[in-house]
Ligand binder design. Structure first.
Ligand SMILES: NC(=O)N[C@@H](CC(=O)O)C(=O)O
Ligand SMILES: [Zn+2]
Ligand SMILES: [Zn+2]
Length: 342
């Protein structure tokens, strides 16, 4: 196949950052995506409706394409109240709230220290029909970094799903067969996003022949059998799995460092990278469901009305992209990508 026309896709998990970085991130994400769930892990984080509204204005001031709509997310802390949820929902701009276990990932230090601290908040979200988005990793320092997602599922998520059976939950950026199996056996209100980089890469890409910091993200790339399970889930046609790039830019110097930040930048070529992964799996016919239909259905929103067309036409990714006063090194820097959006 050399061209592929699909319903305009959405990105259900992206980091646009703030300030001057918005010039690049907003242009890239709005090139063909219709909507994006915008992660709230700024410094300080987006913890209430007023902050979400201000962040929304800054994103719109960065002039996204006319078809683009940012969907805002509340960052949950130990101090979040049920009223914060009610006000966020009433704003009409906030579509979900995010659980970052404190210390699990970039800018998560204000996150939740124990899920019991947000019991009332979760009950309010269940009542208000507001989805809970989860960074699913435990932070105990004696738990191996490669096991943190599986341990989170068994010790935190499974009991949480049982306690709030009607809460809509998205396990974000899943990276293991354990997560795929958990989501598959759960009820319809439990779904997952999958990144392009976790479909295309495993930990060998990051660690063999030298350490490659631009592949370092959280949850960390796992071994090949997990990559295969993610590919099988994404291309299965199951409505429980949908596109979330987790495009997470950091300045080049913050990645290429003795202690490098976690996050991979893919917003410059997101659907193109997914198309490669789906083509390698012989499943290009499943891309539209994953990228454009399953997400809106889960969020109870209509699919986008327009279409986009991808053509098989290799193009070169630059070594760096502008990122405020800095640079970001995108995934596939100095290499080619097989697909291109017309
Ligand atoms: N995925 C990452 O490695 N990093 C994200 C945070 C996150 O999504 O966990 C970031 O904000 O940099
Ligand atoms: Zn995360
Ligand atoms: Zn993320």
């Amino acid at each position: 196949m050399t061209t592929l026309t699909i319903t305009r896709p959405d990105d259900w998990h992206v980091h646009l950052r703030d300030g001057a970085a918005l010039t690049t991130t907003v242009a890239d994400i709005s090139r063909y995506f219709g909507r994006a769930i915008v992660m709230p892990n700024l410094v300080p984080p987006v913890t209430n409706a007023a902050l979400a509204e201000q962040y929304h204005q800054r994103i719109m001031a960065a002039k996204p394409s006319a078809h683009f709509k940012p969907l805002m997310v509340l960052y949950l802390t130990d101090q979040t109240t049920a009223q914060d949820i009610t006000e966020a929902k009433a704003s009409g701009l906030v579509y979900a709230a995010k659980l970052y276990p404190a210390g699990a990932t970039t800018n998560s230090s204000s996150g939740v220290t124990h899920v019991d601290n947000i019991a009332e908040v979760l009950a309010a979200m269940e009542a208000e029909n507001m989805p809970l988005l989860v960074h699913g990793e435990v932070t105990d320092h004696d738990i191996d970094i490669f096991d943190r997602e599986a341990v989170f599922i068994d010790t935190i998520l499974r009991p949480l799903v049982a306690k709030y059976p009607n809460l809509n939950i998205v396990l974000e950026h899943i990276t293991t067969k354990h997560a795929v199996d958990f989501v598959m056996q759960a009820n319809e209100n439990v779904a997952a996003t999958i990144t392009a980089h976790h479909l295309l890469f495993n930990r060998n890409h990051m660690l063999v022949g030298g350490i490659r910091p631009h592949f370092y993200c959280l949850p960390i790339l796992k071994r090949n059998i997990h990559q295969q399970a993610l590919i099988a889930a994404a291309t299965s046609g199951s409505e429980k799995f949908f596109l979330g790039t987790d495009s997470a830019p950091h300045a080049q110097a913050a990645k290429e460092a003795a202690c490098g930040c976690a996050g991979a930048y893919t917003a410059h070529a997101a659907i193109e990278l997914y198309a490669e992964a789906f083509e390698q799996a012989g499943a290009l016919d499943k891309l539209e469901g994953f990228a454009s239909l399953h997400g809106p259905k889960f969020y109870n929103l209509p699919a986008n009305a327009e279409k986009i067309t991808l053509t098989k036409n290799a193009w070169s990714v630059p070594a760096t992209l502008a990122f405020g006063d800095d640079n970001v090194v995108p995934i596939r820097a100095n290499e080619t990508i097989a697909w291109q959006v017309k």
